[in-house]
Design a protein around this ligand. Structure first.
Ligand code: ADP
Ligand code: MG
Length: 488
């Protein structure tokens, strides 16, 4: 069945759980380094290994990151909280329990604003955000006979971000996960790389007949390693559920995995009964009390966030919503753009230079903007040269900008002067040059005067030749027409 047909009859309900690995120096409950890519099992003290008798110690940088995200999402920050033990057995969980938060998540409620393709905005309500620790990493496919376990990841701090079941389509899910990743990156608390597993998504999907208010049976999809796959897996599930229901069958209570090559999901395990994790308060860690002045301090140090910047760019800088979203997609690009604005008030032009010339150069070179050598103030200076009619826009983008890429320490002004590219923008200079061209070409001049419009191209060509391409085309055309009109 087609998705569109299904959506005429059924209404999808989606809730998303995101695990974000936090950027901290050390792990959540001990001093082992929190770094990726080390020799397996080399960042594993007795605490990470869960040896009996060891004691955890809480890394408060984790709490501050959680508060940052909570404030960014307008959550209620819990003032008194504790950690809980979630008990279960698994080979990559040597302690036999995970330290997490059950009854007192650090953040409750909250909301995330998303923008859909048709321009509509929607608020996705959050249920909670809580702090916990990662398990070790089990690798099942490297050795034919054994599962390999790396405990470097055991104890790495995580935030779990849970939405209410309010997401209504795969597109909304796509935008929501994109927005969370953007927030994590703007806050600089998680690198958001789904491919490397530093941000992981579990998606809960159900469908119900249109107009119903009784949710259908949900399944949970795991192993989604890109935002695109979040969207694909949801569409696949919606259709699968509809087929089952239309055939009088039931949706199974199960967890499924997504297989990216085929775009389909497969049952992973049945959830026969609810797990009993025997949660209880972690006796080895003190409860946490948050003081208002600590919240105030974090609030006052918050970096600019995408939504505030959206308002600033669209209202104060008068940029279109589209341009704004392109500029905000990546924090570093947005910051570079704003650094240009420290030196120019031509917002639109600055936006264009970033979105067109700079971004396509970065794409071509496959480098991040952090490796871009031209200082923002030189881009502003380039814009000024154009606005002052000293160089044309095409000369700027075809000659000066490439030259700046080669010599990022030279200012565009110096480059243009050195190459004699500064335009004869002076009307008198241009008039003189044009007068000479007209008298050198009496035949064409006569025909042009008699209305042969296509000769404009010929004369503009002559002007560009005479000025070595530096004439400002708009000004040159103006002067040319003025002189022709008054020509005897
Ligand atoms: P669990 O502890 O089993 O993961 P939760 O109650 O924490 O279950 O819910 C997990 C996620 O599932 C939440 O994001 C929630 O919004 C979502 N969810 C709950 N019920 C449904 C449903 N019927 N359809 C889709 N999503 C649901
Ligand atoms: Mg879950």
């Amino acid at each position: 069945m087609e998705l569109e047909k299904v959506l005429e009859k059924y209404e999808p309900v989606i809730g998303i759980e995101i695990h974000a690995q936090l950027k901290t120096k050390s792990k959540a409950y001990c001093g082992d380094l929190n770094e990726y890519g080390h020799v397996p099992n080399s960042l594993t003290s007795a605490i990470s290994l869960g040896h009996p008798g060891t004691l955890p110690k809480f890394n408060t940088a984790v709490l501050d990151h959680a508060i940052r995200l909570g404030l960014a999402c307008n959550c209620n920050i819990t003032k008194e909280m504790h950690f809980d033990r979630k008990n279960y057995f698994y080979a990559d969980l040597p302690k036999g329990y995970q330290i997490t938060q059950d009854k007192t998540p650090v953040c409750r409620q909250g909301e995330v604003l998303i923008r859909l393709k048709d321009g509509q905005e929607k608020t996705i309500e959050l249920t909670r955000i809580h702090m916990e620790e990662d398990s070790g990493k089990s690798t099942h496919d490297l050795d034919p006979l054994h599962t390999l376990i790396d405990l470097n990841r055991a104890g790495v701090p995580l935030l779990e971000i849970v939405t209410e079941p309010v997401i209504k389509s795969s597109e909304e899910a796509y935008q929501y996960v994109t927005e969370i990743r953007k927030l994590l990156r703007y806050l600089d608390i998680c690198d958001g790389n789904m491919e490397e597993g530093s941000m992981r998504c579990d998606v809960n999907v159900s469908i119900m007949p249109k107009g119903s208010n009784k949710f259908g049976q949900r399944v949970e999809i795991k192993n989604l390693n890109s935002i695109r796959n979040v969207q694909r897996s949801i569409d696949f599930e919606i259709i699968r559920h509809a087929n089952l229901l239309d055939n009088g069958q039931k949706v199974g209570v199960e967890t499924r995995t997504f297989d990216a090559p085929s775009g389909s999901t497969n049952a992973m395990r049945k959830k026969e009964a609810a797990h009993d994790y025997r949660y209880f308060p972690e006796p080895d860690l003190n409860p946490i009390l948050i003081e208002e002045k600590h919240l105030e301090k974090i609030r006052s140090e918050m970096p600019p966030l995408p939504n505030e910047l959206y308002k600033l760019f669209t209202s104060s800088y008068k940029l279109s919503s589209y341009d704004t979203l392109v500029l905000l997609e990546q924090k570093e690009i947005a910051l570079y753009f704003m650094a240009i604005l420290d030196h120019t008030k031509n917002f639109k032009s600055a936006a264009n230079w970033v979105m067109v010339n700079i971004k396509s150069y970065l794409n071509q070179q496959a480098i991040p903007i952090d490796d871009f050598q031209i200082p923002p103030k030189f881009i502003a200076e380039l814009i000024q040269l154009i606005d002052d009619n000293k160089i044309s826009h095409s000369l700027a983008s075809q000659k000066v900008f490439p030259n700046m890429l080669e010599n990022p320490k030279l200012s565009p002004n110096d480059i243009a002067e050195k190459n004699n590219w500064i335009s004869q923008s002076n009307k008198d200079d241009l008039s003189e040059i044009i007068e000479k061209i007209l008298s050198d070409n009496p035949n064409e001049t006569q025909r042009f005067k008699e209305g042969e419009k296509k000769l404009t191209g010929f004369f503009m060509g002559q002007i560009m030749k005479a000025t070595k391409g530096t004439a400002n085309p708009k000004l040159a055309a103006q002067v040319l027409h003025k002189i022709i009109q008054s020509h005897p």
